[in-house]
Design a protein around this ligand. Structure first.
Ligand SMILES: Nc1ncnc2c1ncn2[C@@H]1O[C@H](COP(=O)(O)OP(=O)(O)OP(=O)(O)O)[C@@H](O)[C@H]1O
Ligand SMILES: [Mg+2]
Length: 1006
């Protein structure tokens, strides 16, 4: 400091005194013992009282001192025009410490370690903190350190290694202040210890720590974290927060950022770090990860893909990183009761691989949480019970001391706390603040008669009383901070337009300092304190803070508003700025739509709820109600499970009719079309699909409809409306004008490929000769598109054609099926896996080799499971018939026939002509091969029933199916003449149509 040379003596001394006093005060806050030497301050941590985390405390204090002096420097610069800058150095090691002899009543330390600390200080950059290698080793998990640098120090010829402190990276809030020793919880700790040890042998584990607020979940997690860190296990924390329950990716992003070590890095450096960690990862996947972590390069466009695919690919990437990780790690997910749904589902997938890694995952939650993270197979659950009497006594003795005057009070507190340690602590703090307890922690005496002392009835009341006692500015600051969340930056509070007064709250342990320069960060000492501060405000004041916060977030996010849209919407809604909140929810929906559909749907649903509250006389009320509903309806077929969307669609229909909004109505119809076909009501679905397409056509919005057609095609297929399929596939082919990507969207990469597939199918069905070209064009085009398109194209060409005896299950087709399945598995898309798996299964079940057919059956069952999960119920009887057909083929006809019969009945009831016709054929053939008298009767009845429904439509498929079944019936009845005639006609028809499967079957008959 060169202040002495610039300023007059008096002022210089004044400033120096201020520097020393403020630094000393900060050091003491972190339990440092302070010593003055010349023009500096020395603080010792860990002596005379031993502190396990002495090095970390020293770093916290060092950083906080720089902040404090930064504030002073601003004053000095304003008043004296002088730049005040301080150096801080830290070293760790053994010291000789004690009272410095008689007549020198102070505690001091000397020795090499102290000297080296001074050298660090002189080598530190002005305004910075430099720590020695010894300190760095102790704090590297919790402090952000720069790369080691070589510094020259006095007294050593060789330069030595040192690190600059860049910040404090973990929320180890409570480490910043003295904490009572852990009481009890031995069994729990032993179990967790064992879990950590097992993980080292790559038998990772998931542990749920469950219990009511304040019971000690976080504490247990911290203890385990310390245990793990002591064994060199890296610890990563992820936090869920109450205000972020509807903010997609909130929790998972934080955990990932911590685990990838990118928190606090600028985007470029963060991207480089991510790539260094996953050198072999797919480039596209890395772009997805960048986007998730909020570190994307604005010039690198986000790969466009189906949100489900995106979610799965990210999960795979994260999982493979976890699997590839050799060193043990502990992941802590705090407060799962507040987790957002996207994070929940991603983490639930992540937990599945943990048993094969060297990692442990510890999840804390309150009892109200019952979500997916609790349902992981083989997870341990540790339910924390209240502490026992003797444990509470031990805790109280540590907090209060053993002065006889506190005895009665102790009993009162213990009784009220009912085993909840947090309640104990809060009551003690309350009594200290009220002046009932006098003295120091661990050595209090009671100033009042215990009989006159009241203690709060609940822990919330204890906290509320403590907050009430703050000065008005401190209370306002605390309340406003509670609107931000458990963690908050002082800088953001300033932006909310209040005079920031945090010191009192720090002193009374309502909050802790957890982050450091350049943006000082604080955290509520406990989530309950935040909750009480939040609840205790007047609605109007709280709303105002939310509004300002939304503005502040928006300003800060300039350029990346969309990423923060959900959060902004959340605050605006809390501020009752409903109009704006609506817009931001919609914006959040658009942003999420390509990232996670479930998240997008949450945003749309929030927007819908706001819109519904808008008064009817508002000119925008209709448009506002329509927009989010349209998006919900249009994406129903992409939802993980297709739910009952009829009700929502009916609402949409009414609204659109009133508003005359045909476009939204037409788009939204996809919801109903999906629900109808999935539920096996394709007749209604087909009508609706026709209505939908006509509407879109009349509006002239067909380009958009190109990506909506697959659901319509499936409905028409089941209803046997091949005319509609021909007409609309042709329309899409014409619209695409040869461009495979035209009209892509909703996860579909190439509407043209899909349209060709359907046109080809409709062509062979009707007997149009050019079907073959369409099928191969569709597949070839889809092979250059995405997984969804490829899977759809193979199923809707080869899958159908083999099922209907149009194509043989050749090696080529098996090869294409394998490829589509591989692509689908890589994309981990359920829909794609279902469709390509089905196709391959059909191919294999039509082969001669027993091994092929075994595998085909297995694949068919996997497909069935996928469709059950997605509630594609109309396909369940289809898979059942395939399985039964194989059972019959292996000789178990008696078991197979009832299954077929039931499936055919279901299809008949559902008026599913396409699958029903095929299944009837399988049933008839099977029962005829058994050939009892009843069987013959049943076969005839089944055939008649089919052809009553399947009225003459001039289609080749009807004609050839009829010929075949009649031939089979004639043979079974021993009517040889008729049989020969029918079989010959059957063969020649099959040959002339070029139907390979039928040709084979016919030859086998003749
Ligand atoms: N076994 C224990 N021994 C000593 N102190 C404890 C013990 N368990 C908890 N505490 C203290 O009680 C306080 C509350 O505990 P903690 O924060 O872990 O509660 P929690 O269960 O996580 O609550 P919440 O659900 O609200 O997050 C902390 O200050 C903690 O240090
Ligand atoms: Mg907790």
């Amino acid at each position: 400091m060169d202040i002495a040379a610039t300023l007059d003596m008096e002022r210089a001394r004044e400033i120096m005194t201020e520097v020393v006093d403020r630094s000393a005060a900060v050091a003491r806050r972190y339990s440092g013992t302070v010593e003055y030497n010349g023009d500096g301050v020395m603080a010792i941590f860990g002596a005379p009282t031993a502190l396990e985390d002495h090095a970390f405390r020293a770093c916290l204090a060092a950083v906080a001192i720089q902040e404090e002096i930064g504030r002073l420097a601003a004053e000095v610069s304003r008043r004296d025009g002088v730049a005040l800058r301080l150096r801080v150095g830290v070293n760790s090691g053994r010291v000789i410490a004690g009272e410095l002899g008689p007549g020198l009543p102070r505690y001091a330390a000397t020795g090499e370690t102290v000297g080296f600390a001074q050298r660090m200080e002189s080598a530190a950059p002005p305004g910075g903190v430099l720590v020695s290698e010894a300190t760095a080793r102790l704090v590297e998990h919790v402090v952000q350190l720069a790369q080691p640098e070589l510094v020259c120090i006095k007294g050593s010829d060789d330069p030595v290694l040192a690190h600059r402190v860049m910040g404090i990276c973990q929320r180890d809030a409570q480490l910043g202040r003295p904490e009572a020793s852990l009481v009890g919880r031995r069994r729990e700790m032993a179990a967790l210890d064992a879990t950590l040890e097992r993980a080292r042998g790559r038998l990772g584990g998931v542990v749920n720590v469950v219990g009511p607020p304040g019971i000690g979940k976080t504490r247990l997690a911290r203890e385990v974290a310390a245990l793990a860190a002591g064994r060199g296990v890296s610890v990563y924390w992820g936090f869920c927060e109450s205000h972020a329950r509807d903010v997609p990716f909130h929790a998972v992003t934080r955990l990932l950022a911590a685990a990838s070590g990118v928190a606090g890095l600028d985007s470029r450096a963060a991207r480089a770090a991510v790539r260094e960690q996953s050198p072999h990862a797919d480039q596209q996947d890395l772009l997805l990860l960048d986007d998730l972590l909020g570190i994307a390069d604005p010039n690198a466009p986000l790969p466009q893909m189906d949100p489900e695919v995106r979610r799965r690919r990210l999960t795979e990437l994260v999982n493979s990183r976890a699997l590839a990780r050799a060193e043990p790690a502990l992941f802590i997910i705090e407060d799962a009761h507040w987790i957002d749904t996207v994070s929940e589902s991603m983490l639930a997938d992540f937990l599945q691989v943990i048993p094969r890694t060297a990692s442990t995952v510890l999840i804390t939650s309150r009892p109200e949480y019952e979500g997916a993270l609790l349902r992981v197979a083989d997870a341990q659950t540790i339910a924390l019970a209240p502490l026992g009497d003797s444990q509470i006594d031990a805790l109280l003795t540590e907090l209060l001391g053993s002065d006889p005057s506190v005895g009665e009070l102790e009993a009162l507190i213990a009784e009220r706390a009912a085993g909840n340690p947090f309640f104990v602590e809060e009551m003690v703090r309350d009594l200290v603040q009220r002046g009932v307890l006098i003295g120091e922690r661990g050595g209090y005496s009671c100033s009042a008669d215990a009989a006159d002392v009241t203690v709060p009835a609940t822990v919330q009341a204890a906290i509320a009383a403590r907050i009430d006692r703050l000065s008005a500015p401190a209370r306002r600051t605390l309340n406003t901070a509670s609107v931000i969340g458990v963690r908050f930056q002082a800088e953001l509070l300033v932006a909310l337009g209040i005079d920031v007064a945090l010191q009192e709250s720090l002193d009374t342990e309502l909050i802790d300092l957890v982050g450091s320069a350049p943006n000082a960060e604080y955290a509520f000492a406990h989530p309950l304190i935040r909750a009480v501060a939040y609840e205790s405000q007047l609605n109007a004041a709280r709303a105002e803070s939310h509004r300002r916060l939304a503005d502040a977030i928006r300003e800060r996010a300039a350029g990346s508003e969309d990423e923060n849209a959900a959060l902004i919407a959340e605050h605006l809604e809390a501020a009752r700025q409903l109009r704006e909140a609506y817009e931001w929810h919609m914006r959040a929906g658009t942003w999420s739509a390509n990232r996670d559909l479930a998240a997008a749907r949450v945003s749309w649903d929030r927007a819908r709820r706001i819109a519904d509250a808008v008064p009817d006389d508002d000119p925008d009320h209709l448009a506002m109600r329509i927009a989010p509903r349209t998006m919900l309806c249009a994406t129903d077929w992409q939802a993980r499970e297709v739910q009952d969307s009829r009700h929502r669609f009916e609402e949409l229909r009414k609204l659109c009719n009133v508003a005359g909004d045909k476009v939204s109505l037409a788009i939204g119809m996809s919801a109903l079309a999906t629900e109808l076909v999935y539920a096996g009501r394709s007749r209604e679905g087909a009508e609706l699909a026709s209505e939908q397409m006509e509407l879109l056509e009349s509006i002239g919005d067909l380009t958009r409809s190109m990506a909506l057609v697959p659901m319509a095609f499936v409905n028409w297929l089941c209803a046997g409306e091949f005319g509609e399929i021909l007409r609309w596939s042709q329309t899409v082919v014409d619209l695409a004008a040869g461009d495979p990507g035209k009209g892509a969207g909703f996860g579909l990469g190439s509407p043209l490929a899909i349209a060709l597939a359907w046109r080809g199918t409709a062509r062979w069905w009707s007997g149009h000769p050019e079907w073959r070209q369409d099928l191969s064009d569709a597949v070839a085009m889809a092979q250059r598109s995405n997984a969804e398109t490829l899977a759809g194209a193979v199923a809707w060409t080869y899958g159908f054609a083999m099922q209907y005896g149009v194509l043989r299950a050749t090696d080529t087709i098996v090869g294409v099926g394998e490829e589509a399945l591989r692509v689908a598995q890589r994309a981990t898309s359920d829909r794609a896996m279902g469709l390509s798996g089905y196709t391959l299964a059909v191919a294999l079940l039509n082969r001669d080799s027993a091994a092929d057919r075994d595998r085909g059956l297995e694949l068919m069952m996997q497909t069935r499971a996928i469709w059950l999960r997605k509630r594609g119920l109309f396909l369940i009887p289809v898979t059942d018939v395939w399985a039964a057909r194989e059972a019959a083929r292996l000789g178990d006809r008696d078991a197979a026939i009832p299954v077929m019969r039931r499936a055919v009945d279901q299809m008949h009831t559902a008026e599913d002509l396409f699958y029903g016709a095929w299944a009837t054929g399988v049933l008839v053939e099977t029962i005829l091969s058994r050939g009892t008298r009843d069987d013959l009767t049943e076969a005839r009845a089944a055939t008649d029933r089919l052809f009553v429904r399947w009225v003459e439509d001039g289609s080749a498929m009807r004609a050839i199916t009829l010929l075949r079944l009649r031939a089979l019936l004639a043979r079974a009845h021993g009517d040889d003449v008729t049989f020969r005639d029918l079989a010959t006609r059957y063969l020649s028809m099959a040959e002339s149509l070029g139907f390979e499967g039928h040709t084979d079957w016919a030859r086998a008959l003749v």
